[in-house]
Each structure stands twice: as structure tokens, then as C-alpha cells.
Ligand binder design. Sequence first.
Ligand SMILES: Cc1cc2nc3c(=O)[nH]c(=O)nc-3n(C[C@H](O)[C@H](O)[C@H](O)COP(=O)(O)OP(=O)(O)OC[C@H]3O[C@@H](n4cnc5c(N)ncnc54)[C@H](O)[C@@H]3O)c2cc1C
Length: 348
Amino acid sequence: MKLNVLKDYPLSGLTTFKIGGAARFYIKAESPGGVCESVELAKRHGIPFYVLGGGSNLLVSDRGYDGLVVHIANTESDTATDGENVYKTCGAGVVWDSFVSECVGENLFGVECLSGIPGTVGASPVQNIGAYGQSVESLIHEVVAVDTADGNTVRFSNAQCNFSYRKSLFNSEAFGKYIIISVKFALKRVGKPSVRYHDLEKYFLKDTDVTLQEIRTAVLKIREHKGMLQMDGYRGFKCAGSFFKNPVVSGGHFDEIAGVLNVAAPNRNWYWPQSDAEVKVSAAFLIDNCFGKGFRKGRVGLAPNHTLAIVNYDDATFSEVIDFAKLIEDTVYERFKVTLDREIQILQ
Ligand SMILES: Cc1cc2nc3c(=O)[nH]c(=O)nc-3n(C[C@H](O)[C@H](O)[C@H](O)COP(=O)(O)OP(=O)(O)OC[C@H]3O[C@@H](n4cnc5c(N)ncnc54)[C@H](O)[C@@H]3O)c2cc1C
């Protein structure tokens, strides 16, 4: 297979942040074979490589990347049915929301709340994407990946992916080791549309008798209102979605945070008790408490209706975004002794 290697390829346009320099080398890999050969080529020449999907969870340095960017673009797909279950296998380069739209169109349950998330199918298991009460871990049947150490194909069952909140094998202990080339999803022909999240409950005013298409429309509208929709025909901010994860703290630490906030713990939608004496706290609530909604500094700021997103308002640089993120992190730590973990990936 002849690989089309491009030199000094600009990356900013391939990301939703619209920030960053060029890749020294760039290959668009349109087949699983192309992915493997690209990696082999990089290894043969002793060049580092980085896997790029839709660039929607990524901040690229202004200096760019001194290596090979392998842009995943294989889109083969297949559907099989087994009773109530429908199994859809999609190439890693399939646009995530096209897959969601297809499932909703076929009245398949389980993915409707994940409408409008940018990026590719291949990246969806990496940070276990989630929104509005659903996450992709609940529908992943199998992930097929290439082991970059030896080029072998490896199959991961759902359990082997080690999914948890915004986390999987692929962005933790095995980060960079596997390149996902396809994902097999298990969807249901019968079910109940998911209206669990407060934004959706508010939208439907407790009416739970809604169709999958109505849920999808609602989610897209809510996302649009937040400036978090990167689709044709909609205006979205230049950002990578949520920059920070919601921290999970111990019960004692939670009481201290509530004390600093001086708010009654009940009746506030800013924390979610977890199973084992831990509490997930809304990072947005803590940030708002320190800075107020929509805080901006120069060309960078928080999205007015989605505090967790840091927005590039006007051709900001990589350093401006990082400095802004550090200001948020340091201030939240100073006030609440909470360390904010970043949800986004950085390429430099
Ligand atoms: C407006 C907006 C809204 C968002 N809303 C949400 C949301 O509601 N919920 C949510 O969870 N996320 C959200 N995100 C984040 C983002 O869309 C997801 O993380 C998405 O899955 C990233 O996909 P991508 O293809 O763009 O990955 P990229 O940004 O290209 O890559 C992200 C990481 O995954 C790795 N990667 C990509 N493809 C592969 C592959 N095939 N194999 C191995 N590693 C790979 C990359 O190396 C990188 O480390 C949002 C982002 C934006 C811009």
C-alpha cells in the first residue's frame, strides 16, 4: 500500500480548539492496513507518532508536533441482529454523531443522549464519552485495536476496557499503546428512552413518554444553547468541550467544601453521592464560585453557559489557554483544596 506522507501539515484546522502548529509528518489512514503501515513507517525511522481522530478533545502546542500524526479515517461498517439486540460495528474514523443519528433513525435504544458529541467512533472508548445520563461503556460490546508494540490485532471485551468516569484502559495504564480500529456496539430494539439527567427532565417537564428522536432533538438544542455543538448549521465555540473532569472527593472533604461554600448540602444540584462514601462534585459549581459565570481573561474564557469549557475567543495561543487553565486550577485548589484533573489531551 502506498502511503501518502505529507510534510509540515497544519493541525489547528483539524482540531475544534483551532489552535496549534504543524505536524512534521502527516498521514490520513483510510484503512486498518494503512494505520498499521503508518505506525511501522514511523518506527522504522525512529519518529514518534500520535493518533488523531476528530481533534475534539485535543489542544495542540503552537510549536506543533515533531513527529508523525496518523489521522484515523477508516469508515467500514456492518450491522448484525440477534433477537432484540442489534450489533453495529463501525470503523474508527466514522463520525460519532453520524453513528448516533443512524441508530436513532433506526429506533435503536441506548445512544440517544450522546447526540452531538463531536469526534470519531474510535475515540469514543478512549475517554468513555458520556452525556445527559448515558455513557458509551454501556453499549460497547468489543473494541478492536492494533498493538503498536508488535502490530498485532487485539480484541477487548467491554470488561477488559476497564471503563469508569471519563476513563478507560486506553487513556490510563495503556495510553498510546493501542490504536483502536473499530468498535462493536450492542443496541436494543426495545427499550425506554433515557430522560434521567436534570437538563433533559427540565426540557421535557417530567414528561417521560418521548421518542428517541425527540430526545436527540432536545439534546442538540441544549448543546446549542451552551455553544457546545460543532455541527454544520450550528454555532459552537472554539473549544474541546469540558476541559476539566468533575472531582470525586471523600465524604469528609465534601463537608469541608460545603463549609467553604456555605450552602446547605441538600437541594443543590452540585454534587452526586457515589457508591463508596465518596462524592462527585460539580467542577463547574466550584469554578463559578471562584470566578463567576463566563469569566474571561484576554482572548480566553469560560463558556457562559458551560463553565467547564475553556473557549478560544479570538485566535488565542496554546500558552494563553494553558495559563488560563492553570489560573482556574490554582484558584480552585487554594479555595477548596480540590485538584482539578484535565479531561482534554495535550499534544506538544
Ligand atoms: C463542543 C464539544 C462538546 C463535547 N462534549 C462532550 C461530551 O458531552 N461528553 C464527552 O465525553 N466528551 C465531549 N467532548 C469531548 C470529545 O468530543 C470526545 O472526547 C471525543 O470522543 C473525542 O473524539 P475525537 O475523535 O475528536 O478524538 P481526538 O480529540 O482526535 O483524540 C482524543 C484522544 O483520543 C486518542 N485517539 C483518538 N482516536 C483514537 C483511536 N482510534 N485509537 C486510539 N486512540 C485514539 C487521541 O490520541 C487523543 O489522545 C466534547 C468536545 C467538544 C469540542
